[in-house]
Write a protein that binds this ligand. Structure first.
Ligand code: GTP
Ligand code: MG
Length: 451
């Protein structure tokens, strides 16, 4: 398959200043020379040539072309990049022209897959390319770039070398029947490996938050002003606000960027015990689901009206979620209502705000920033995705079994050797050295086309 030359748009489809069309494979330069003129017979590598895209003798756009020669390219193969105007029509025409000249449209992730096959990067680094593109926070992006530069690969390589050393000792113990030697051998390297895996796994909880962003839901009974707060946070009239209870029927989700993090804010349908109709009921169920999946809740009550049993019922449903208590409509605040709210939440701060006027809404951004500050400093952490996490856990367990078996008297050397081989196989799966094709396909299918 690597014999074929592939082509794809590497920039997002749409109208923009420029678009980049990328080629990989032996015929890259030849195909580009047929499309882009003038180009010399043997273009210099990594040199930017100015020219025009020609379709059957007609110039259709002006462009810059760069040729790369194997192995000094992203994929490790001969490659080319053509930058042209990001016009939907010119890009489509250039791609079809490239295909008529012998290129084939690339599959998702195929450029990176080739880089992996050609040894430019291991599977962990290839995955980091995609995770970096998808990262939803500055910190997450930095962690992924760390992996692209080999941070996770190096951590795994250290575990591998500890295992290989151990394997050598075990083999010689088997050969010379020296059980004692094995049992007494210091195993600090394996213990260090286990500790480093523990640290990576402990941090993986946070890499999850970093990659998907922090999820925050605005919850409360109908008509308290949830959508008004949502709009105020987004600085736009996104959700419909009205005096009619039950205005918001489905949830609306938007993202905010705060201190380099993505916060996904959800405006949920108001929750009330006897719902107006089936649509509203479904909306309420979705609200409850959203609350269950949230990292924190902005719980809103109405300072202008007596506290209702329903308010308390919803508060109970929040369980142990991190929450900010808001008493909205401070401009119409009723003293007794506010006192009742405060009494209902002893030991917790209740903030009087006005979503409509913007009064005191600073407490909301302070709360969100507080949540982000609670995240640990990630600069020293290693990002892991779900696939990697499962394998790292299995690896950690295998090392635990090795240590347990070694502690037995007499040490079960054959079993230890078997367990070490198992651990090494897991490492091979992590880095992609042993990989069933479907695992590889699954990993690269998550990429976008052109990467
Ligand atoms: N006086 C005053 N009215 C407000 C304030 N915030 C919201 N309102 C009004 O309260 C009514 C309900 O506001 P929404 O934001 O639609 O309330 P909601 O909680 O999203 O309502 P549902 O979607 O029906 O659950 C509207 O008439 C708003 O203008 C406020 O701070 N002060
Ligand atoms: Mg609403």
């Amino acid at each position: 398959m690597d014999e074929e030359t592939i082509v794809a748009l590497a920039t997002p489809p749409g109208r923009a200043g420029i678009a980049v069309i990328r080629f990989s494979g032996r015929r890259s330069a030849e195909i580009v020379r047929r499309i882009v003129r003038p180009l010399p017979d043997r273009p210099k590598a990594r040199h930017s040539y100015h020219g025009f895209i020609h379709d059957e003798g007609k110039r259709i756009d002006e462009c810059l072309a760069v040729i790369f020669r194997a192995p000094s390219s992203y994929s490790g193969e001969d490659m080319a990049e053509v930058s042209l105007h990001a016009s939907l029509f010119v890009v489509a025409e250039t791609l079809s022209l490239a295909c008529r000249c012998g290129a084939r449209p690339a599959l998702p992730g195929e450029f990176t897959y080739r880089a992996f096959r050609n040894g430019k990067m291991d599977l962990l680094q290839a995955e980091a390319v995609n995770e970096l593109i998808q990262a939803n926070s500055r910190a997450g992006a930095l962690m992924e770039f760390g992996n692209l530069e080999g941070r996770l690969s190096r951590a795994v390589a250290a575990v591998r070398s500890a295992l290989l050393n151990e394997a050598a000792d075990v083999e010689s113990a088997i050969e010379f029947a020296e059980d004692q030697h094995l049992a007494s051998a210091g195993n600090s390297a394996l213990d260090e490996a286990a500790a480093s895996l523990d640290a990576i796994l402990a941090a993986s909880r946070f890499s999850d938050v970093l990659s998907r962003g922090l999820a925050v839901v605005i919850a409360g009974r109908v008509n308290v002003g949830k959508s008004s707060l949502f709009n105020a946070l987004l600085l736009q009239e996104r959700a419909i606000v009205s005096a009619l209870p039950g205005t918001t029927r489905d949830f609306i989700e938007e993202t905010l960027h705060l201190d380099g993090f993505t916060v996904r804010v959800t405006d949920a349908a108001g929750i009330r015990p006897v719902a107006g109709d089936d649509i509203e009921n479904q909306g309420m169920q979705r609200s409850l689901d959203k609350i269950a999946g949230a990292d924190a809740v902005l719980f809103m009550m109405d300072a202008s009206q007596p506290l209702q049993e329903n308010d308390l019922e919803i508060a109970r449903r929040l369980g142990a979620k991190k929450r900010l208590l808001l008493a909205n409509k401070s401009d119409l605040a009723d003293e007794r209502a506010v006192r009742a709210i405060r009494d209902a939440f002893p030991g917790e701060d209740v903030h009087l705000v006005s979503a409509r006027n913007g009064d005191n809404l600073g407490v909301v951004s302070a709360f969100l920033k507080g949540l982000l500050r609670d995240l640990p400093d990630v600069s020293g952490m290693v990002a892991v995705n779900l696939r990697q996490k499962g394998l790292l856990q299995a690896l950690r367990e295998a090392i635990g079994r090795v240590r347990d078996l070694q502690a037995q008297q007499p040490a079960a050397v054959e079993l230890v050797a078997e367990e070490i081989r198992r651990a090494l196989r897991i490492i091979g799966e992590l880095t992609g050295e042993v990989g069933a094709d479907d695992i590889l396909r699954g990993v690269f299918a998550r990429f976008c086309i052109g990467k």
